[in-house]
Write a protein that binds this ligand. Structure first.
Ligand code: THG
Length: 291
């Protein structure tokens, strides 16, 4: 499992401020901690960056390169900013992301070819969000056909089924899992990833980690290759790297409907209930653990 740390992100107030003032320290600190905690890539999310995208991208990459040598995931819709990142970082970069619309594919896939880098294919089409797993598959087909025409190696493409918040769109959370179940068979030599923390947006703060970890274990059962994660969630990283095998077993057995709840510890019970919510067997409510 390849981890992409999400924490250098313009949505966080401290980081937004640091980007605006060109203050290196908070960004370098996050970069260092993310590496220590074991992520493989750093996601550099500068948002749409309409005004000064290229300058901001150049400054952030230089800032990070003073302290850390992890490869970077260039997370912006500003194509000029992406180009700056590609010129500086070359083939080790990951473009995050390319929407499956004709316009975005036309603009960005040639760059993937030219720089021989990786990219995330975001399964949003010209009609907007896919409604279910089938629409996700159709978009993935369109994307792969276009990428094949340019001769882009399959293993350089990470499909992102789009993870939405369980609190507001529980059926979409189920649909992303349904897509993952089909994915390995339909697209065997391509890769997959997702923005994991989206799933717990709006969930009570103290339960976000539990929701994120449960959802990751569920998607892993169906072959998820990588995830954009909170690099400060060391429990999550350790769990995937082989600790707490009994939790993974609980989640997977729940999905297989082959579980004996009488034998579960309190912690396993929490993961069991959360798996039921994230797989659509129970309806979400903020107090799902108490039911
Ligand atoms: N797919 C792809 N790229 C993505 C996403 C995706 N990039 C952005 C996002 N989604 C993934 N990154 C984040 C980063 C932060 C949070 C969620 C997803 C988050 N942050 C906390 C919050 O908003 O409450 C804390 C913010 C802070 O203060 O630092 O939830 O889906 N390809």
């Amino acid at each position: 499992m390849l981890f992409i740390g999400e924490n250098i992100n313009i949505m966080g107030t401290k980081i937004k401020q640091a980007m605006k003032e060109r203050n290196k320290q908070p960004i370098q600190e996050i970069a260092r901690i993310s590496r220590e905690n074991g992520v493989d890539y750093l996601d550099i999310n500068i948002g749409p960056a309409r005004k000064d995208g290229p300058q901001l991208m150049e400054w952030i990459i230089k800032t990070i390169r003073e302290v850390v040598d992890l490869p970077l995931s260039l997370d912006t819709t500003n194509i000029e900013a992406i180009k700056v990142g590609l010129e500086m970082e070359g083939e080790k970069s990951l473009i995050n992301s390319i929407q499956a619309t004709p316009e975005r594919m036309e603009q960005l896939l040639p760059l993937v070819k030219k720089f021989n880098c990786k990219c995330i294919a975001l399964l949003i089409g010209k009609e907007g969000m896919p409604r279910d797993a089938t629409e996700r598959s159709a978009l993935a087909c369109e994307f792969s056909i276009r990428a094949d025409q340019l001769g882009i190696p399959h293993e350089n493409i990470y499909f992102d089924p789009i993870v939405l918040p369980v609190r507001y769109q529980q059926d979409q959370v189920v649909a992303a899992v349904e897509f993952m179940k089909m994915f390995k068979e339909m697209f065997p030599d391509y890769r997959s990833t997702c923005g994991l923390s989206n799933v717990s947006n709006g969930v009570p703060e103290n339960l976000r980690g539990l929701v994120n970890r449960t959802y990751l274990l569920m998607l892993m059962k169906y072959g998820l290759d990588s995830a954009i994660i909170d690099a400060f969630d060391t429990q999550l990283i350790q769990m995937v790297r082989g600790e707490k095998e009994e939790i993974k077993r609980t989640v997977w057995q729940t999905l297989d409907e082959n579980i004996n709840v009488q034998e579960l510890s309190q912690q396993q019970m929490d993961y069991y209930k959360t798996t039921c919510v994230l797989s659509g067997k129970s309806i979400y409510s903020d107090s799902w653990l108490k039911l």
